[in-house]
Design a protein. Structure first.
Length: 169
């Protein structure tokens, strides 16, 4: 399978799942800097990236803009339907999509895509649906681990995949 798109659930994958909620709603989310590098790494090799989340928040919108994700679907409970709709005018289908999910809401899409990953601390049903389980827990570099695994599977070494990614001055 040639990976064209890597999609991440947010809470429990890109974050540890903790929700910081104040009187105005969700105020902050804790993201791991390693996962930002993962997005740059995948982009370097022409692989689109995105998020599909059941929740929406200003904190998430900020991180989406910061990382320049190609796909950002938030406040969505029919993740598979939303992804199929997004893919409708693309030149590839679900078989070229990698999805990373951690909970029961993610299982349907995990079963439908070309390859699925789950964090080490994911729900048992998500782990069962995943072809790969990361060593990292959610919010602790899961995306970085997935990106490296995908690119290693395409024949790149760690040294080669990072060559030229960041200019050293």
């Amino acid at each position: 399978m040639q990976t064209k798109l890597v999609l991440f659930d947010v809470d429990g994958v890109l974050t540890d799942g903790t929700l910081w909620i104040g009187p105005e709603g969700e105020a902050v989310k804790g993201f791991n800097a390693k996962d930002g590098v993962a997005v740059a790494l995948l982009r370097k090799y022409g692989i689109a990236t995105g998020i599909v989340s059941g929740k929406a928040s200003a904190a998430l919108d900020f991180r989406v803009a910061q990382l320049k994700f190609d796909v950002a679907i938030t406040g969505c409970h029919d993740k598979l339907g939303a992804i199929n709709e997004w893919l409708a005018d693309k030149d590839f289908g679900l078989e070229s999509v990698v999805f990373v999910g951690d909970d029961v809401i993610d299982v349907q899409i995990m079963q439908a895509v070309g390859s699925a990953y789950a964090p080490a601390d994911a729900h048992a049903l998500a782990v069962q649906a995943a072809g790969h389980v990361t060593q990292a827990n959610g919010g602790r570099g899961v995306a970085r681990e997935v990106a490296e695994h995908v690119l290693l599977g395409q024949g790149l070494s760690l040294q080669d995949m990072y060559a030229g990614l960041f200019a050293v001055q």
